[in-house]
Ligand binder design. Structure first.
Ligand code: SAM
Length: 194
């Protein structure tokens, strides 16, 4: 079950049919950055958790070089090759908060206990906005491209994630979660009920 996140993992999921391409991440990062601007949330710092090839970090370096960037990953290989700090998000939170935290395709890997701890650490790390993508059991059955996606992961329900995330965040949709402690003001219909 356990994944090794070595060179063969990145080759398998990021070469011919990449699970996330640099071009697609650029579209997403632009949208997320601009939604923060729309909510008057300044993005002065960004933390990319489970950064992999470092697409988010690189997009910020190119497009908003003044934004302070930190990319972390559990993989020794990825940290060495793509220049991240080696951290396990289920055991680590930064000392200072980041305006924007990105956790893209990561939380399906840890066990339930570790994913629960990781969500607490993501909450500790987030001043304003968390961008989170994680395939749920339903996504793994019905949505993901099974040839391009790593299926050696933990399949949990959307409710499992929501129950934990909603303690700390308001769900705004499209992967955006606004910290309950943030000053950002969202209109009622820009967010889900609670
Ligand atoms: C599917 S890749 C996603 C990479 C990148 N975020 C992207 O969207 O392309 C999953 C990444 O999560 C990292 N990862 C898995 N468990 C982690 C953990 N507990 N803490 C930090 N990184 C983790 C892996 O090493 C791998 O680089």
């Amino acid at each position: 079950m356990a994944n090794s996140f070595d060179a063969s993992y990145y080759k398998r999921f990021y070469s011919s049919t990449p699970v996330h391409s640099r071009k697609k991440v650029a579209l997403l990062a632009d949208a997320v950055h601009n939604m923060c601007a729309w909510w008057d949330v300044p993005v002065r710092s960004v933390l990319d958790v489970g950064a992999g090839l470092g697409y988010w970090r690189d997009w910020y370096a190119t497009n908003h070089p003044k934004v302070r960037r930190l990319s972390v990953d559990i993989s020794e290989h990825a940290c060495e090759k793509y220049d991240h700090e080696q951290r396990d998000i289920s055991k680590w939170a930064p000392e200072r908060k980041f305006d924007l935290v990105v956790c893209h395709g990561v939380l399906q890997y840890p066990t339930a206990k570790d994913a629960d701890a990781a969500i607490k650490n993501l909450a500790k790390a987030t001043r304003n906005v968390l961008y989170l993508e994680v395939p749920t059991a339903s996504d793994l059955r019905n949505v993901v491209d099974k040839k391009a996606t790593d299926l050696n992961v933990h399949a949990r329900s959307g409710d499992w994630y929501r129950k934990r995330l909603e303690k700390y965040f308001v769900q705004a949709g499209a992967g955006l979660w606004v910290a309950r402690s943030s000053d950002a003001l969202l209109y009622e219909l820009e967010r889900t009920k609670k």
